[in-house]
Design a protein around this ligand. Structure first.
Ligand SMILES: *[C@@H]1O[C@H](CO)[C@@H](O)[C@H](O)[C@H]1NC(C)=O
Ligand SMILES: *[C@@H]1O[C@H](CO)[C@@H](O)[C@H](O)[C@H]1NC(C)=O
Ligand SMILES: *[C@@H]1O[C@H](CO)[C@@H](O)[C@H](O)[C@H]1NC(C)=O
Ligand SMILES: *[C@@H]1O[C@H](CO)[C@@H](O)[C@H](O)[C@H]1NC(C)=O
Length: 369
């Protein structure tokens, strides 16, 4: 399309302004936290903040009427076309419940519409043709990385809110998070008899992670599980991986905040030490204490990483340091679809301002290769 080039210019400008506002806002916020809390509290607050558990104490309903008001939210499609029971959301201080439906007869009266990207990417024009009430908020819902998200451009200027694994979404829905424990707890490291495990289903020889592995395995025994390797039923994943000292939590593509079950479930829930390949170390540190993981970028080469892993494996005290954070945090992951919808319900009640990303494509592809 020849127009798209012209349209791109104001679009990028808007994105620039949007990013600038974001930067200013997060700078103010982090300065505030820095000033108002002690050093120890800082990590917890920052983690809590970046993990999106907002304290809603200050939200006071305007009137009794509003309290009775249930928002109607239309789920445009079942995510990946798989239905699940639409339950009511657990009551959260200062927020209200929502009525969820997938019945499109409710379209014109719905307060909000949640669109799961994967299900509409093949035919985005069905959405652009709809006549909508200007007060109706549309929420773009996506947990897939950019490489699996097609036709973003066709959905520019449609959505009022974003809901994704990107922490700068209006509704941040990570694959997992750490929650501060009320009081310190002792974590028992599962018994270790093996060195490094990796479970991989999508074997792409040209991907960065497979290339890294090919070098790494020259210096270190790595037990690979998955479709083309040793079979490992899902039900045995945690108990198997827990016997290993390290787990390769290698993402299939590298994007800002794209940190998946490979880290939260396979590595952390099993009680092993993740070796991560994904976004930068700095990016991981927004969600995890620095000593909770080993980053491939910490080493000049796969060989240097292998040397480090050998060294740590033979030094029990050093190995234990990778578990110290576990006395203060618990790993939470495997959120249900309903949990995501309830986050949206909460946000719709609470958010008086939201970002409205006009250029979905420019925004979502930022920080991607
Ligand atoms: C919010 O913070 C207040 C005081 O800091 C606390 O009493 C309350 O339990 C918190 N609410 C939630 C939902 O975390
Ligand atoms: C959808 O909602 C309309 C209006 O409330 C109703 O008449 C119709 O039976 C519903 N369809 C389904 C499949 O539930
Ligand atoms: C939502 O976005 C659409 C498209 O940009 C816009 O027309 C509408 O006014 C917005 N609605 C709200 C409530 O922000
Ligand atoms: C738990 O940790 C505390 C220190 O945080 C220690 O004093 C105590 O002995 C530990 N308990 C067990 C059962 O290991």
């Amino acid at each position: 399309m020849e127009n798209s080039h012209l349209l791109n210019i104001p679009c990028s400008k808007q994105l620039l302004i949007f990013l600038l506002c974001q930067f200013v806002a997060s700078f103010c916020l982090s300065s505030f936290i820095w000033v108002s809390r002690g050093q120890r509290m800082n990590l917890q607050s920052t983690l809590q903040l970046s993990l999106g558990s907002r304290n809603t104490t200050e939200v006071v309903p305007n009137s009794v009427e509003e309290e009775k008001h249930k928002l109607v939210i239309l789920l445009w499609t079942w995510p990946f076309h798989v239905p699940f029971p639409l339950e009511s959301c657990p009551p959260l201080h200062g927020t209200f419940d929502c009525h969820f439906t997938t019945n499109r007869s409710w379209f014109s009266s719905a307060n909000a519409v949640i669109v799961h990207h994967w299900d509409v990417q093949g035919n985005p024009s069905q959405l652009t043709r709809l006549h909508r009430d200007p007060s109706q908020r549309w929420i773009w819902f996506n947990l897939e990385p950019p490489i699996n998200s097609r036709n973003l451009k066709a959905l520019n200027n449609l959505f009022n809110m974003t809901m994704s694994y990107r922490s700068d979404s209006d509704i941040f829905i990570p694959y997992g998070k750490l929650e501060p424990l009320d009081k310190p707890e002792n974590f028992t490291i599962p018994p270790k008899s093996k060195m490094v495990a990796w479970a991989v289903s999508n074997w792409n020889p040209s991907s960065r992670r497979v290339q890294y592995y090919e070098e790494l395995k020259k210096h270190l025994q790595v037990d690979v599980f998955g479709r083309q390797h040793k079979p490992l039923p899902k039900s045995q994943l945690l108990s198997t991986v827990s016997q290993y000292r390290f787990y390769l939590a290698f993402e299939n593509s590298q994007h800002q905040d794209y940190i998946t079950e490979k880290l939260w479930h396979n590595a952390l829930a099993s009680g092993t030490v993740p070796v991560v390949l994904g976004p930068s170390r700095k990016n991981y540190e927004r969600f995890l204490p620095p000593e909770a993981f080993i980053h491939v970028d910490d080493f000049p080469s796969p060989q240097a990483l292998a040397q480090h892993l050998h060294k740590v494996a033979s030094d029990e005290a050093r190995y234990r340091e990778y578990f110290r954070w576990r006395s203060s945090f618990r790993v939470v992951h495997r959120f249900s679809w309903m949990w995501h919808l309830c986050k949206a319900c909460q946000a719709l009640h609470v958010a008086t301002t939201y970002q409205t990303v006009p250029c979905l494509e420019d925004w979502f592809l930022v920080g991607s290769h």
